[in-house]
Design a protein around this ligand. Sequence first.
Ligand code: PMV
Length: 334
Amino acid sequence: MNAAAREVRSAVAVAHSNIALVKYWGKADEALHLPVTGSLSLTLDAHPTTTSVAFGVEGDDVVILGGVEAAGRARDRVVRFLDLVRRRAGIDDRAVVESINTAPTAAGLASSAAGFAALAGAASLAAGLELAPRELSRLARRGSGSAARSVFGGLAVWHAGADDATSYAEPVAAPEGLDLAMVIAVVSVAEKEVGSGEAMRRTVETSPFYPAWAACATADLAAMLAAIADGDFARIGAITESNALRMHATMLGAAPPVAYWAPGTVALLAAVRRLRAEGIACFATIDAGPNVKVLCRLGEAEAVRDALAVLVPEAEYTVAGPGPGLVARPGVLA
Ligand code: PMV
């Protein structure tokens, strides 16, 4: 068949990154990305990823990330995801995937969450699958666990589940006036030395603290859901900060240890404690990288950013509010 006669079906999707307030750290099933514990996050209005997928093109799958054709492991990860969608849709067409990600890749800013949520939205629609949000969440999970949560805007809980069918995220209603925000403090955009997948595996297999982490994370999730239902910001913040520190503690117990912090990370943690002592309600969280995200009230976010910038001037700051869920439409990138 020549290129003109071939039917190309394409779709575009936009998804935003999310930051977990109760973290996901460790898989119960490596292949299916089933987590050991449930988690809960806030989708942000910063750092969207826009991805287009066109099925029915000539030749092999082509993956273009940030304008550059991907090869090796980055391409393989996308192609494996496309295979999943193709199997599900009963098609064998090759695809061109083009993705523009506005977050620094692999620096603990959850770029894979927005990336695989957008890919799930665009690839499924282009393949002719019409998936409900829960199904999209399950699909996105197969690309990157945290992507399951970026299908939804605002607060989302990812139920660990017992199998593929029961491991998905869903929105959590925030009471009127809770108005959460995050100040993102970037101390390094360097690629991390150990990716989250390998770091999780090592932690689960070798850290003597892992069982304690899993028990804490389960209790934290229940406590967090109750604190959100009560609209109790101080409790939400306290759980957020201690949960992140415990996640890093369990990683430090791995052999060899997984240590993501940089000097700026420690400086920011101290700055957040100092602001709290001065009566500003803000709480830190850290993912698989050295950067710090500071949870605060939307109305105070700029004041928190300004105060942090005085205490830790070497970091770069972005204020983010709650962001929208995944949006997909037929068509091509504008
Ligand atoms: O989805 P992954 O494999 O990139 O793992 C994300 C892990 C953390 O960001 C550290 C925690 C989380 O729940 O997002």
